[in-house]
Design a protein around this ligand. Structure first.
Ligand code: QV4
Ligand code: CA
Length: 512
C-alpha cells in the first residue's frame, strides 16, 4: 500500500518534465509576438503538417502600454491583470487558437509572467491593453486584485529596492528585477490569483508554461504553485496529465543562484547551450566542432531530461538576458542554420526553435540601440498579420526561421530519429564532424576553410538518399543533392567550404 502510494507520488512528481507533445513530435517553436489568429492558421497550414510539437506564445495576459519608446516588445513583460487581452488578441481569439492548434496536434505553451507586475515608476492610469486601471505608486492592481501587502516591499534589503547584486540570492528573489514590482509569492492571496490564472489557461487547453524570471522566484514558491495546478484538459490530453513546466533560469556560472535548485520542480532553460555552441560555430576562443564529441552533460550542462535548449531566444537575439555576442541569430543566417541543424540532430535536451520579427539593428558602442523595437505593427499599434509569400517564406517583417527549409527539415529529422542514440561520431580534429542517430539518420558538417571529401560509416541501410539541407524529397524526387549509401553503410560526402549551406543531412524517410 505505501509502496503503491510512493509510486503514485513519484509518477505525479515527474510528469511536469514531460513536454506533453503529441507522439512523434519533438520540438516547439517560439512564435514571438504573433497574433493568436495567425498562430491558429500556422498550426493548421504549416506546423501540424510539418511535425512541430507546439508553440511557445508571448504572454497572453493584459500588459502596460508603453509609449516611450513606442510600443516596445518588452511591454508584454509588465503585467497589469490576468485578463487574456493583449495586442495578440482577446480571450475569444485565444480560445479559438488553442482549440484549432490542439486539434491538429500542435500544443500551446504559455509564457507565464508571475514574478512581478509593471515597473515601479510608471505612475497610475489605465493605459493598459484592456484598459484596466493600475496605480504603481500605491502598488494597486484592482483587476487582479493586488495591493501593497502583495508585494515584496519590506523583504528587499537593497537601498534602491531593485536587485543590485546577483551574487546575493535573497536580493535576486525578493528585490525588483529592473524595477518591476515584485510579488510576494508566499502570500496565499497572491498564490491563489496566480493559480486561478494558470488553471484558467489549462482548462482552455494549454499544455504547459514557460515560467518567466524563475530565478527571481523562490523554488519553494514555484513548487507550491505548480502542485496546485489542474491536470490538462481531457478533451485533448490523457487523464491525469500534468502541465509541462520549464523555468527561465539563466545560469552561466558564477552567480548566487544555481540552476540545480530548480531541477526537481520542472525543466529549465539551459542557457549555456546557445552561448557555447555560438562560440564553437564562430570558432571563437579556440573552439572547434571536433570538441562537440561529448556535447551535452559532458560540457557540464544540466541533465538532458531536464533541459530545454535553443540557439537564441527573444532576449539574447537582441542583447538582453544572457549569452553576449556569441549568440547566433537569423542575422548570421549561414552559421545560424548550422547551429540549429546541429541542435536538432543531436539527442541532448528538449528543443525550441526561435521565430522572430526583423528590426534594423543599430550598434552604438557595441550595444544595439534598437533592441526595444516591437513587432511589425500599424500606426494605431495593432500587430501586422503574418503574410505568406509564394515561396512559403513570410512577409510583413516576420522572419519565420521555422519555415526556412533547412530548419523545418531538421525538425522532421529529429522526429524521425527520436529515441535513437548518437552513433558513428567522426571528426577531423578540426571543424569537420559527422554523427548518426542509430541507423535512422546521419548528418555531416564542414565548418573548416577547406573542402571536405571523406567516406564515412553512416549506419544507414544501402540506398540513395535525398539531402534535406540542399533540398528535400518531393513526390519520390529529390530537389537537392543525392547521397548514395553502399551495402556496408558507407557513403562519400563532398562538401565545399563555400557551399551555401556547408552541411548535409539524410534520414530513412528521405530515402528515394
Ligand atoms: C529601467 C532600469 C531600472 C530602473 C527603471 C526606472 O533598468 O533599473 O529602475 O528603468 O523606471 C524594461 C526596460 C528597463 C526598465 C524596466 C522597468 O527595458 O530599462 O527598467 O522595463 O520599467 C524584458 C526586457 C526588459 C524590460 C522588461 C519589462 O528584457 O528590458 O525592462 O521586459 O518590460 C535577467 C533575468 C531574466 C530576464 C533577463 C532579461 O534573470 O529573467 O534578465 N528574462 C525575462 C524575459 C525578459 C523580460 C523579463 C524576464 C522580465 O525573458 O524578456 O524582460 O519579465 O537575466
Ligand atoms: Ca521575485
Amino acid at each position: 500500500m505505501t509502496l503503491l502510494l510512493l509510486l503514485l507520488l513519484l509518477g505525479i512528481c515527474t510528469c511536469q518534465f514531460n513536454p506533453n507533445v503529441a507522439c512523434g513530435r519533438t520540438s516547439i517553436v517560439h512564435l514571438f509576438e504573433w497574433r493568436w489568429d495567425d498562430i491558429a492558421e500556422e498550426c493548421e497550414r504549416y506546423l501540424g503538417p510539418n511535425g512541430f510539437g507546439g508553440v511557445q506564445i508571448s504572454p497572453p495576459n493584459e500588459n502596460l502600454i508603453v509609449t516611450n519608446p513606442s510600443r516596445p516588445w518588452w511591454e508584454r513583460y509588465q503585467p497589469i491583470s490576468y485578463k487574456i487581452c493583449t495586442r495578440s488578441g482577446d480571450e475569444e481569439q485565444f480560445r479559438d487558437m488553442v482549440t484549432r492548434c490542439n486539434n491538429v496536434g500542435v500544443y500551446i505553451y504559455v509564457d507565464a509572467v508571475i514574478n512581478h507586475m509593471c515597473g515601479a515608476g510608471v505612475g497610475k492610469g489605465n493605459s493598459s491593453t484592456c484598459g484596466s486601471p493600475y496605480n504603481a505608486d500605491e502598488r494597486s492592481f484592482p483587476s487582479v486584485p493586488y495591493s501593497l501587502h502583495d508585494f515584496n516591499e519590506k523583504k528587499c534589503k537593497t537601498g534602491s529596492g531593485n536587485i543590485e547584486n546577483y551574487g546575493d540570492a535573497d536580493q535576486v528573489r525578493d528585490c525588483r528585477l529592473v524595477s518591476l514590482l515584485d510579488l510576494a509569492l508566499e502570500n496565499e492571496s497572491v498564490r491563489a490569483s496566480i493559480i486561478d490564472y494558470l488553471n484558467m489557461l489549462i482548462d482552455i487547453g494549454v499544455a504547459g508554461f514557460r515560467l518567466d524570471a524563475a530565478k527571481h522566484m523562490w523554488p519553494g514558491d514555484i513548487q507550491a504553485i505548480i502542485s496546485r495546478l489542474n491536470n490538462l484538459n481531457t478533451q485533448w490530453f490523457p487523464n491525469g496529465t500534468r502541465p509541462f513546466v520549464f523555468q527561465e533560469v539563466i545560469d552561466l556560472g558564477g552567480e548566487g543562484i544555481s540552476v540545480k535548485e530548480y531541477l526537481s520542480i520542472g525543466r529549465v532553460t539551459e542557457f549555456k547551450y546557445g552561448a557555447k555552441l555560438g562560440k564553437v560555430i564562430r570558432k571563437w576562443e579556440g573552439e572547434k566542432m571536433a570538441y562537440l564529441k561529448n556535447w551535452g552533460e559532458g560540457w557540464s550542462f544540466i541533465p538532458t531530461d531536464r533541459a530545454v535548449v535553443f540557439i537564441d531566444n527573444h532576449d539574447n537575439q537582441r542583447g538582453h538576458g544572457a549569452g553576449g555576442a556569441s549568440i547566433l541569430t537569423f542575422s548570421d543566417a549561414r552559421l545560424y542554420k548550422m547551429a540549429v541543424g546541429f541542435m536538432l540532430a543531436h539527442p541532448y535536451g528538449f528543443t525550441r526553435v526561435m521565430s522572430s520579427f526583423s528590426w534594423p539593428r543599430n550598434y552604438v558602442n557595441g550595444k544595439d540601440i534598437n533592441d526595444w523595437i516591437g513587432p511589425p505593427s500599424y500606426n494605431n499599434g495593432s500587430i501586422k498579420i503574418v503574410t505568406i509569400n509564394e515561396d512559403t517564406t513570410c512577409g510583413n517583417g516576420w522572419v519565420c526561421e521555422h519555415r526556412w527549409r533547412q530548419i523545418k527539415n531538421m525538425v522532421i529529422f529529429r522526429n524521425v530519429a527520436n529515441g535513437q542514440a548518437l552513433t558513428n561520431w567522426w571528426d577531423n580534429g578540426e571543424n569537420q564532424v559527422a554523427f548518426g542517430r542509430g541507423n535512422i539518420g546521419f548528418i555531416v558538417f564542414n565548418n573548416d576553410n577547406w573542402t571536405m571529401d571523406v567516406t564515412l560509416n553512416t549506419g544507414l541501410p544501402a540506398g540513395t538518399y535525398c539531402d534535406v539541407i540542399s533540398g528535400e524529397k518531393k513526390d519520390a524526387q529529390c530537389t537537392g543533392r543525392q547521397i548514395t549509401v553502399s551495402s556496408n553503410g558507407k557513403a562519400n560526402f563532398k562538401i565545399s567550404n563555400s557551399a551555401e549551406d556547408p552541411f548535409v543531412a539524410i534520414h530513412i524517410n528521405a530515402k528515394l
